[in-house]
Structures are given as structure tokens and as C-alpha cells.
Ligand binder design. Sequence first.
Ligand code: PMP
Length: 360
Amino acid sequence: MANIYNFSAGPAVLPKEVLQQAAAEMLDWHGSGMSVMEMSHRGPEFISIYKAAERDLRELLAVPDNYKILFMQGGGLSQNAVLPMNLCGGADSTIDFIQTGSWSSKSIKEAARYARVNVAASSQATGFDRVPVQEEWKLTPGASYLHICTNETIDGVEFNFVPTVQGDTDIVADMSSHILSRPVEVSKYGVIFGGAQKNIGPAGVTVVIVRDDLIGKALPFCPSAFDFKNVAENESMYNTPPTYGIYIAGLVFQWLKKQGGVAAMEKRNIEKAELLYQALDADDFYQNRVAKEYRSRMNIPFYLRDESKNEAFLAGAKARGLLQLKGHKSVGGMRASIYNAMPIEGVQALVDYLNEFAGR
Ligand code: PMP
């Protein structure tokens, strides 16, 4: 079969080497006679898998010692409730939000069930085409925390700066769709979280990186399996963790280290994104509506000027092995997600098709 390139926003493409290794180890992991799926999470085999995954992620993101890495469940969406329950003093507390697209909007809605929310800035009026400049933000003094989504998966908007905050307000960042795509200064954040199914591994694992002093403050009604203290004290084994997902994530971390780590990934991701945006910007056949300085390197939404050609575009793409390019239903159009595991050859194949379809 010709090469297939999968542009899904998530669950998304994984490195071929990782899938091959997982296949080779499926029935018998390292001579244990068991599949990873069949192992006790408390046995020495899985504990070694878990510890290696934790250690490698810590190394890749240079996570300081005063942060815990938690492997949780419930996806990025559940964190919109888990975070207020863990970090707020209750219904009278205020959480600041920067609204930059669909995912931060969902976070705002959910958090409002637990605390006051203040939308300190929003780009909704301009169709989520940018990150509002920090000078315009109206932050709340003494807010429990500031929540941002550093890469909006649907709208294709990525932060190109780390916000500055006053006093002891912490930044909480939803990095679901660009974690590990670039270096990050972890110490600038109180919490970083992300669902795994884009740049980390299979759906079902939620990575939470949390500074030690933010652990142990959960509200009484926080479910015990979602209390950061319980999860941290039990090394993510307060309840049975998503063992197979953690195993695959661990293989992805090893693969990333072999690729040269996140700095090397960033270089490749810049190259891939530039290649694709150049093709989209070449004339007015296609259109990406995001202000250039905030364009995502991971999720690239675009529209055909003539939307009556959408179906033909998708059918032609599929025939060439370019899969899952249809945009999110809430915004329409197309979207190419080009995560770490998407090789530049895949982006080049898409660019060739974009040029061909545009008759260039
Ligand atoms: N945040 C972002 C930025 C996302 O892209 C997604 C999923 N696409 C979510 C949160 C929600 O994640 P989940 O479906 O894992 O709950």
C-alpha cells in the first residue's frame, strides 16, 4: 500500500517504530510471558514501565524536582472540573480565563460550576483568530489561578509567549494538543495538563504536572480518585491506572529522546508548519484565518474559498492516502494536525496535493 498519512486531531498518528515495538511485545513483554495489558499495576514489571515513563517525561520537559507528574484519567475535559476542585477555595474564589477558542470556552463553562469565573480577555469577537495581547487582560487580583489553553486544537491558535502574572496567582495551562512539541519552562506554571491522545499516546491517559505546594488543597467534595494528593501519594496508583496507555506513552517518550528531545522536535515542527502555511498562503485558493504570529504549529485549520469543492477535496485527499482532513464540525472547513509523529514527508505529500487541487 502507498504511504498513508493521518492528519487526525486526536486520537492521532503515533510513531511507526512505537507501534512496531508494541506489536512485537504484545504477547510477551520482555520475556515475562504476559502482555502489558495483563499485568498487575503493582507488579515489578509494570512498576518498571511506569517509573521509566515518569523519568523520561521528566527529562524531556526538564520538570523540576518540586513538581509531581501524575498519570490520571478522564481526559483533558475532566481537568476543567478537577482543577477548580483541587485549587480553589470554593464558590467565592475567582478563576481568570483567557478565551482563545473552543477548548478554553469549554473550560470556562465547566469551571463556573465550582467558582466564579472572570474572562479576563477574549478573542471571540474576531472569531478566535488570535491570543489577545496581554496589555488588554483584566486579571483579578488574588485569583485562584489563571487558566489558559496554550494551543487551541480546533481554532488553530497557539500562545507564543508565557503570560506574566501578579502576586502568587499561578498559571494553569491546557497543553493537550502541543505538549512535547517544543520546550516549555515548567517553573512558570502551577499546573500543566493534557490528554495523551495527540502528542503522547493513546486516549485514556491524562498527564498532569503539578507543583508540590498546590497539592493537598482539594475541596471536601472532590472525588478521592481526582484529589491530586491521593494520586500523588500513590504514584498514580490510587486507583488502577490506564496501564497500557502509560506503556505506549513510555515508548513514545523513548522515541522522542532518540529523536533528540523536544528542542529537536521543535525545529522539525517549525519546518513542517512553515511548509504547510506557505502552501495555504500561496494565493487565495485556501485560507487560514489566524493572525500569523499566533498560528499553531500543530493544528492547522483551513478553508477552501469555494466551499462547494469541499467534498471533492476530501475525496481526492483520501484517494492519495491523506486521511482525516475534515475540519471540526463546529467550524467546518479542513484541518491538518501535524503532531510530532507526522513526518515531513506527510506534510510534503499534503502540500503537493494542495497545489495540485488548486491547479498550481
Ligand atoms: N483540551 C484541548 C486543547 C483538546 O484539544 C481536547 C481534546 N481535543 C481537550 C481539552 C479535551 O480532551 P478529552 O477529550 O481528552 O477530554
